[in-house]
Ligand binder design. Structure first.
Ligand code: SF4
Ligand code: SF4
Length: 425
């Protein structure tokens, strides 16, 4: 990392919310909760190291060179450090600011630029993603994925390997019929997201079905736009705000009392619209109101009268998706629901809340660290002897399933909504 020439140093305090940096007292209690520190054992890849780095750049003591950008890029944005921090450091807000700064002031190498631009140009737009995946779907139906993989450049091959087989239709499982909503039942919107509506449609549709069966009044959101999480995590704060405004309008018009997503990263993004749009008088109050309505599927189902579940003999371990555990603080509700299914034995894996490496689009842009974390997660799942790992985020589902496929493992990876739908069939 290059030290700035102090005679020409130019403090760049807009790297992040400078005042928030002083909440950190450098105690280091967050280090062991940080996946990149756990893997590298390097202080500069720990939350404290990154906070120190942001402060040094903000004060003009070092420059944002390739080395500094690398330490910031390697952060997963998982927020494990927020849970561990006794001083309440809002690390998520700091790193989102820093990412935006890096995007504006640092030029990456050509492959990195290609990957990041491809993610930004395709993933938030479901129709573009669907069109791109159509040839792959056909190849999967004809059993040609291995041949396609063999002729694909390495960078695309890594991405292909993360995708589950696409030959099946993403329909909801047959489950309990939707019943008439309870009298005075809260109205719930399940946000369909962008990538999730293409690759994890059954997770969303089963969430709606389970909520309907539990007596909630489920309404559809029109139109459904990307929540902006992908942009926030990749430093494109301006487009994230565009998406946030569109969602605030649509969610307000829906009349929802509660907002749910099958993707926990989307839930947290919506839960933070209040902060994202706080400087926009036209939206700030509405955004805060929308944010306050974000709930998670498992808590809503636990609040409703218990539904009947069939016996389901299975040893299940639960993986905590980062944004659900560290962003929304939801850990117990999914476990309680799973443990309530007759026949299910719930067993705890080691490091259940350590990131699996998926982290939005992180596994597409930082494949080496993402793979290291996927291996670690798969080792912990295999070690506990589970038949099935359940989780509440499609990104984790694809990441962990890809790693288990590489090992020819028979362990199933199932989204919580799909698991509960199967148990209620
Ligand atoms: S967000 Fe996750 S990867 Fe980044 S510093 Fe915090 S714990 Fe580490
Ligand atoms: S982020 Fe929190 S836990 Fe980590 S060093 Fe700073 S004060 Fe300590």
């Amino acid at each position: 990392m290059a030290e700035a020439d102090v005679t020409s140093s130019n403090p760049v305090r807009d790297i992040c919310d400078y005042d928030l940096l002083f909440d950190c007292v450098h105690c280091g209690l967050c280090a062991e909760a940080c996946p990149t520190y756990v893997v590298t054992r390097s202080e500069m890849d720990s939350p404290r190291g990154r906070i120190y780095l942001m402060k040094s750049i903000a004060e003009g003591r070092i420059d944002l060179d390739a080395d500094a950008a690398r330490h910031l890029d390697l952060c997963l944005g998982c927020r494990g450090c927020e849970t561990a921090c006794p001083s309440g450091v809002h690390y998520g807000r700091l790193i989102e600011g820093a990412r935006s700064f890096v995007e504006r002031h640092h030029r990456r190498d050509v492959v990195d630029r290609f990957k990041r631009r491809a993610v930004g140009a395709i993933f938030p737009y479901p129709n573009r993603l669907r069109a791109l995946l159509t040839p792959l779907k056909v190849a999967d139906r004809l059993g040609l994925r291995p041949a396609l993989r063999a002729i694909t450049p390495r960078v695309i091959r890594d991405w292909l390997d993360l995708l589950p087989p696409l030959e099946h239709d993403s329909r909801p499982l047959a489950g309990e019929a939707t019943i008439a909503p309870r009298k005075d039942a809260p109205t719930v919107v399940v946000h369909h997201g962008c990538v999730a509506q293409v690759l994890a449609n059954s997770e969303t549709l089963n969430s709606e079905r389970l909520l309907g069966a539990a007596g909630y009044r489920v309404v559809q959101l029109e139109p459904t736009t990307c929540c902006g999480a992908l942009d926030l995590h990749s430093g494109n704060a301006s487009r994230a705000r565009d998406f946030a405004r569109a969602n605030v309008r649509a969610l307000k018009n829906s009349g929802a009392d509660a907002i749910v997503s099958a993707a926990s990263g989307c839930s947290v993004a919506i839960a933070e619209y209040g902060g994202l749009l706080e400087d926009e008088p036209e939206f700030a109050e509405q955004a805060r109101a929308i944010s306050s309505k974000v709930r998670d599927l498992s808590s809503l189902l636990l609040d409703a009268p218990a539904s009947s579940k069939r016996e389901f003999q299975c040893r299940v371990t639960y993986h905590d998706a980062c944004h659900l555990a560290h962003g929304l603080g939801v850990r117990e509700a999914p476990r309680k629901l799973l443990a309530s299914i007759p026949g299910v034995t719930l067993i705890e894996m080691t490091e259940s809340d350590l990131c699996c490496g998926s982290a939005g689009s992180y596994n597409l842009t930082e494949p080496a660290m993402a793979r290291e974390l996927a291996r670690r997660k798969a080792d912990n799942i295999v070690a506990i002897g589970a038949d099935c790992v359940v989780l509440a985020n499609p990104g984790c589902e694809f990441q962990i399933a890809a790693e288990l496929r590489r090992r020819n493992s028979k362990i199933k990876v199932v989204h919580l909504a799909n698991f509960l739908a199967m148990a209620s069939q």
